[in-house]
Design a protein around this ligand. Sequence first.
Ligand SMILES: [Fe+2]
Ligand SMILES: [Fe+2]
Length: 182
Amino acid sequence: MQFNLIPLSSMNTTLYQFFTEDHQRIEKLLIKATENPEGIDMSYYHQFRTQLLRHIKMEEKILFPAAKKSNPDLMKVLLPQFRLEHGAITALMVPPPTMSLINVIWYLLEKHDLAEEKPGGLYEVCERLTKDHTQALLIQLCTTKEVPVHPPNPAPIAMESARRAMKRAGYDYDAIIQQIEN
Ligand SMILES: [Fe+2]
Ligand SMILES: [Fe+2]
């Protein structure tokens, strides 16, 4: 099912606002998925996953290439860490969610989103580099389709892959859980 949740009013905005509002919209889905202490709401969690993966797709396939075209040398320096974190976030979307997994997702998302949103952060840089074609980019962004997802994979290899992807991005999955839960 396609959720076309990005309103056309998003067209009268900046890339910074567009992406920042998308972060907030996606965060709300994760809050909704976990607001009942009895258990995770898998319908909201599914929306969270698909919307977050679409957000990453918009950055990787539209925003980053456009910024790279304008200043390849700068983006070559800036992008690798964001790409590694996208890999880690994507891997964390695969196992069935537990509260521990969701705590790690929150931890990583907060750091990642802040690095994109902060003054002088990635979004400001990308906005500056692409300022001559903001409208064309917004049209592409608003019409980006969801990424098809498989149901959560309970096989141990899914968790192992997530741990490895976190390591590559400079994070220790188990240390984060210890830090949050103790
Ligand atoms: Fe990102
Ligand atoms: Fe983002």
